[in-house]
Design a protein around this ligand. Structure first.
Ligand SMILES: Cc1cc2nc3c(=O)[nH]c(=O)nc-3n(C[C@H](O)[C@H](O)[C@H](O)COP(=O)(O)OP(=O)(O)OC[C@H]3O[C@@H](n4cnc5c(N)ncnc54)[C@H](O)[C@@H]3O)c2cc1C
Length: 377
């Protein structure tokens, strides 16, 4: 921690208190975060945290993303957090890392301001964990490419204004070869939102099925090198997984704090729930696991900031965090009793929101494969 990171944390908590907690229920109902709230975040500078200073951002690294995501996790509205983190840490980094100077000049200022909200479209109905199985394809056509196919579960897919789409551009190449990233603007002819998807949790984030029906994408909208998109996706996964783990840690800590408060106030059998040793100990064990994982997360962020190759560590972190947040929510909801089953309590929403932690951005089993590959020969 340093003063800059502490300031990011404090500012994020202030924003959550001022704007998220009072309106979060309405956003859950509406299935989206209002654009003026996102613009406000842009004005404050949250969307430029990872953008270099010479491009109009603040120029921080993975540690700042970790602080930011952990703080957002404390909001109890992880659909809001997902809307923001997909924009800042999962989608827009593709432009930053692979975009040419013309693309960066064209889009980046409006990404920083929140006028453009970004989405990343990789998953398909028949290809999720197995990214290389994607079938959406683009063929050269004049000074551009013809895009056909569909994408599934795309966060910010309904209301986002700039979508980075992965498509197969070399039908001869097998598996992870021959995939290219394209910058798609929603007014392109042939693009449509097939369905706005209804979800178990993350209800204030919008999630869509996207359809590409002969969409002509000009060559100037190719992002990075043709046929090399798979490697860009894998590289960006490291930051994405770090941030998802930090989000899970923030969610877990908030749930434990809420449950500590509840069990201290709630009386049963002549004492508070917290007076029961079994309850204290189960909360204490979870607190120990959260504290340990937080240290591991910041160590991982620091290593990424030094440019170290940490695929194994990031995968371990993502697997551990995705499982821990579910253990925490189960126990915290249990100790809230019947109230924890009511939609008026944050823990009920947090329990639902946590489920995706073990599935999205690399399911636990997929992460464990990455760890096993790098641990045992
Ligand atoms: C709310 C939400 C938002 C999302 N946002 C985006 C987005 O913005 N952009 C995007 O591109 N994608 C997004 N996704 C997709 C998400 O990353 C995928 O759902 C995830 O990668 C899992 O893929 P899948 O759903 O196809 O599951 P599958 O690949 O079908 O896997 C199903 C289950 O099988 C198990 N499994 C899979 N592979 C293995 C293996 N090798 N060994 C053992 N077990 C295995 C796991 O338990 C896994 O959960 C989102 C998903 C959700 C639910």
């Amino acid at each position: 921690m340093n003063d800059d990171l502490l300031a990011v944390r404090a500012q994020t908590h202030r924003f959550i208190d001022d704007f998220v907690r009072p309106a979060g229920d309405d956003w859950e109902e509406a299935g989206q975060v209002p654009r003026d709230v996102l613009r406000k975040m842009g004005d404050i500078g949250f969307f430029g945290l990872r953008i270099p200073e010479d491009l109009g951002g603040v120029g921080y690294g993975p540690l700042a993303s970790t602080v930011f995501a952990e703080a957002l996790g404390s909001s109890t509205y992880s659909g809001f957090a997902a809307t923001v983190l997909v924009h800042t840490d999962m989608a827009s980094p593709h432009l930053l890392h692979a975009g040419n100077s013309e693309q960066i000049t064209r889009f980046l200022p409006r990404i920083i301001s929140g006028d453009l909200i970004t989405a990343i479209a990789i998953t398909e109905a028949d290809a999720g964990s197995d990214v290389a199985g994607m079938r959406t394809a683009a063929k050269p056509d004049g000074d551009g490419w013809r895009l056909n196919g569909s994408k599934m579960f795309i966060t910010n897919g309904v209301h986002g204004n700039l979508i980075f789409v992965a498509a197969r551009t070399n039908p001869e190449a097998s598996g992870h070869q021959g995939i290219t990233m394209f910058i798609l603007e929603p007014d392109m002819h042939g693009f449509s939102v097939g369905r706005k998807l209804d979800k178990h949790g993350w209800r204030s984030s919008d999630t869509a099925e996207l359809v590409f029906d002969d969409v002509w994408v000009p060559s100037e909208n190719i992002l990075g090198e043709v046929d090399r998109g798979f490697y860009a996706i894998m590289e960006n996964f490291q930051n994405e997984r770090l941030v998802l783990a930090a989000l899970a840690i923030g969610e877990s800590q908030e749930a434990l704090d809420l449950t500590y408060e509840h069990t201290q106030n709630r009386k049963a059998f002549g004492a508070t729930l917290f007076d029961k040793q079994t309850i204290r100990h189960r909360l204490a064990m979870l607190q120990g696991r959260v504290d340990a994982l937080r240290t591991f997360a910041y160590d991982t962020a620091w290593r990424l900031e030094q440019g170290q190759d940490c695929v194994k560590q990031v995968s371990e972190l993502k697997a551990l965090a995705g499982e821990l947040v579910n253990d925490v929510m189960y126990t915290c909801q249990q100790f809230h009793g019947g109230m924890g089953f009511m939609t008026e309590t944050p823990i009920e929403r947090m329990y639902r929101d946590a489920r995706i932690g073990a599935i999205g951005g690399g399911a636990t089993e997929v992460m464990l494969e990455e760890v096993a590959k790098r641990s045992y020969r």
